[in-house]
Write a protein that binds this ligand. Structure first.
Ligand code: KG4
Ligand code: ZN
Length: 340
């Protein structure tokens, strides 16, 4: 029998300070998340400088808790993993510096992880039989990608957004309706009371790249609709606006994802990223998978939004391949998927 591999994973790319201990890539022994949302809410979005300072304040406590819950000491670990990009540079640096210090002090191998690879790998945690190849629709605050996962850690990007990410569109539309930050979960909730067919918002298609996305036209259409109503003195039915906007996003994401699976000749579709916790998107993609005979995978909502367990899952497969980073590992805010 192979020896168990226990990895301490650290994630600090945006506004969550997170640490987890993950065994053999799929068994989460602890998953601690300290969210800064309440702080950033006051400003209507993430303030990078505040995020970095809060990470510094919280990181040791969060790691301590993760080790305690997992009943593990630093001496029991096989490696330390950390998100080194993409993300906010000051925020990433806190996690990277911490991981390097632990690696140096305890002579542990260091594995740097791509944040999006983490989101994709969140699927391995609860779906023990999921193995590549499969298609993953990655929808977060900063990314909207259709990715072919060819094998562990090997990716091909089949489509991406030309402008706003899906989560960004949710956040901007929520702000325009007056729902506050973060907008995704609020639109999700409000949409349940609205009519998704009330307003025919546009669904952008890019002729020369049918798997790419564009959400900025949709966002402008929502803003124009709201302004038009206000100028004419008409009452805005906010739940209808939210539900119609959400439907436009969900329809496009579902159609493109199904097309990507068909084109790749595969039969497995997974969701990943914060927007993957959207209830309408989960229902729609699950239904489409059923209709097309695909297997559907999705992490539970807590593993869709930023966390460190997903980083530990991704790190395991990198570790097994022999990927090790040196103490010169730096934060790379614009890191591309598949880059080392
Ligand atoms: O993956 P994530 O936690 O952070 C990034 O890597 O960006 O994603 C955050 C994004 C935010 O834009 C948030 O509004 C969106 O995910 N989000 C949602 C939902 N929950 C979070 N969007 C739609 N519906 C939700 N239920
Ligand atoms: Zn994320």
């Amino acid at each position: 029998m192979e020896k168990d591999i226990k990895i301490l994973a650290i994630e600090s790319s945006c506004d969550e300070t997170a640490a987890a201990v993950v065994k053999n890539g799929r068994e989460v022994l602890s998953n601690v998340i300290s969210s800064q949302i309440d702080l950033h809410k006051l400003y209507g979005g993430v303030v990078p400088e505040i995020a970095s300072r809060k990470h510094i304040e919280k990181i040791n406590q969060v790691i301590g808790e993760a080790l305690e819950i997992a009943d593990t000491s630093l001496e029991d670990l096989d490696a330390v993993a950390v998100t080194y990009g993409p993300g906010l540079v000051g925020a990433l640096l806190v996690g990277v510096a911490e991981a390097k210090a632990i690696s140096y002090a305890k002579k542990l191998p260091l594995v740097g992880v791509h944040h999006i690879e983490g989101h994709i790998s969140a699927n391995y945690i609860e779906n023990k039989d999921l193995e590549p190849p499969f298609i993953c629709l990655v929808v977060s605050g900063g990314h909207t990608h259709l990715v072919k996962v060819k094998e562990y850690g090997v990716y091909e990007i089949l489509g991406c957004t030309r402008d706003d990410a899906a989560g960004e569109a949710f956040d901007k539309v929520a702000r325009a309706i007056g729902l506050g930050y973060p907008g995704g979960p609020k639109i999700d909730r409000l949409s349940k009371e609205g009519n998704p067919n009330a307003i025919p918002f546009p669904k952008a298609k890019i002729a020369e790249a049918p798997l790419d996305f564009s959400f900025s036209g949709l966002k402008s259409a929502v803003l124009n609709y709201l302004n038009g109503c206000r100028m004419r003195g008409e009452t805005v039915i906010e739940a209808d606006v939210a539900a119609s906007f959400q439907k436009a996003v969900v329809d496009v994401l579902t159609e493109h994802a199904v097309e990507a699976v068909k084109e790749a000749g595969l039969d497995k579709l997974a969701l990943a990223g914060g927007v993957a916790s959207n209830s309408a998107l989960r229902e729609s993609v699950q239904r489409a998978c059923r209709e097309n005979g695909f297997r559907f995978f999705s992490p539970s909502p807590l593993l869709c939004t930023d966390n460190a367990a997903m980083i530990g899952a991704a790190a395991y497969y990198e570790y097994k391949k022999g990927v090790r980073h040196g103490l010169d590992l730096n934060a790379v805010p614009g890191l591309k998927l598949g880059e080392r």
